[in-house]
Design a binder for this molecule. Structure first.
Ligand code: RIB
Ligand code: CA
Length: 320
């Protein structure tokens, strides 16, 4: 089966890093580029972290195109659980790899316009605020014809928010961009907190990943250990929710996920509920559904899949 062409839009970010490292060793995915955006960290931080993770994963071949350094309209908002440098304060070597001159929006426009012409449409893996995607769609709406689907981590439907009472970070950090993407008509698979809170990376999982992931085990262990929220009252155990890696897991094993179609709306006016994602489960709006929302996840299956993939860094020896 031919590899799926993808672009990974991200804000590394500990869970972004785990998602990237998983994608790097998955030949089912043809990674055309990585487009960091301001989110967990300001853009210089997410760009540096993306370059460093590419080198850690032995994938300096993948072009990294710097994206937007702020949301479309609202004030910038940054992550809380990723440490001072966005990678759990893990100090990786300064990247030898340079970012591309072409910015993320132009790279998206060029790549997706070409994809529309060839018919080899691209899957966008969105692990961050959707600013880059929204800007590219506003500049050249026709790129939608080059997008097979958007698989995004973001939103909260039946789950409470993780940054405010109602809202999940990626959508809250740029609600206007999220509105543009959900209004685009592009097929969307939405992995919200409803899905990601079903997959908690517990300390015993971390020990297993460390024991089996070869040359990245030290960094991976440090990243995963930092991710432990230590909030059993919220997550049912020690550990942290695996948000972004579920986007890659869905692409690799969609059978581990159940979805339900609904129309999704994004709150962009309310101060109290800014960035809330609302699912019209029973079609009260009369509008066509615009997303496949993931409702159930086979958590052991996903953990096992990630363990299998990350163990390939052991099998790959020193060179990835
Ligand atoms: O709410 C979780 C999301 O916000 C994840 O993408 C995490 O990396 C942060 O960006
Ligand atoms: Ca992220």
């Amino acid at each position: 089966m031919p590899a799926t062409p993808i672009i990974i839009d991200c804000d590394p970010g500990i869970d972004d890093a785990i998602a990237l490292l998983t994608a790097f060793v998955s030949p089912e995915l043809d990674i055309l580029g990585i487009t960091p955006v301001a989110g967990n960290q300001p853009l210089p931080g997410t760009l540096r972290n993306a370059l460093q993770i590419c080198e850690l994963g032995g994938r300096s071949d993948i072009p990294v195109h710097p994206g937007c350094d702020r949301p479309l309209l609202r004030a910038p908002l940054h992550g809380q659980f990723h440490g001072r440098n966005g990678l759990g304060n893990t100090e990786l070597p300064p990247p030898a790899k340079s970012a591309e001159e072409t910015g993320a929006a132009q790279f998206l426009i060029d790549t997706l316009t070409h994809a529309a012409g060839t018919g080899r449409r691209v899957t966008l893996c969105c692990l961050a605020p959707l600013t880059n995607i929204a800007v590219a769609l506003r500049i050249r709406p026709a790129i939608a014809a080059g997008i097979a689907r958007i698989v995004m981590m973001g939103g909260a439907y039946r789950e409470p928010g993780n940054r405010t009472m109602t809202s999940e970070f990626n959508v809250l950090a740029d609600p206007h961009a999220a509105h543009i993407v959900f209004s685009s008509g592009i097929p969307i698979v939405a992995l919200a907190l409803d899905a990601t809170h079903q997959v908690i990376l517990r300390p015993e999982h971390v020990a297993d990943f460390v024991a089996t992931s070869g040359r990245i085990s030290e960094v991976l262990g440090a990243l995963m250990a930092f991710w432990d929220r230590n909030q059993p009252e919220r997550y049912g155990s020690r550990g942290g929710p695996l948000h972004d890696p579920l986007v890659i897991a869905w692409l690799l094993a969609p059978e581990l996920f159940e979805t339900r179609r609904a129309r999704v709306f994004v709150e962009t006016a309310s101060e109290l509920c800014m960035g809330q994602t609302i699912a019209d489960w029973y079609n009260k709006s009369g509008l066509e559904p615009n997303a496949d929302i993931v409702t159930r996840v086979d958590a052991p299956g996903v953990i096992g899949l990630l363990r299998d993939r990350l163990s390939r860094y052991a099998a790959r020896g020193t060179a990835a």
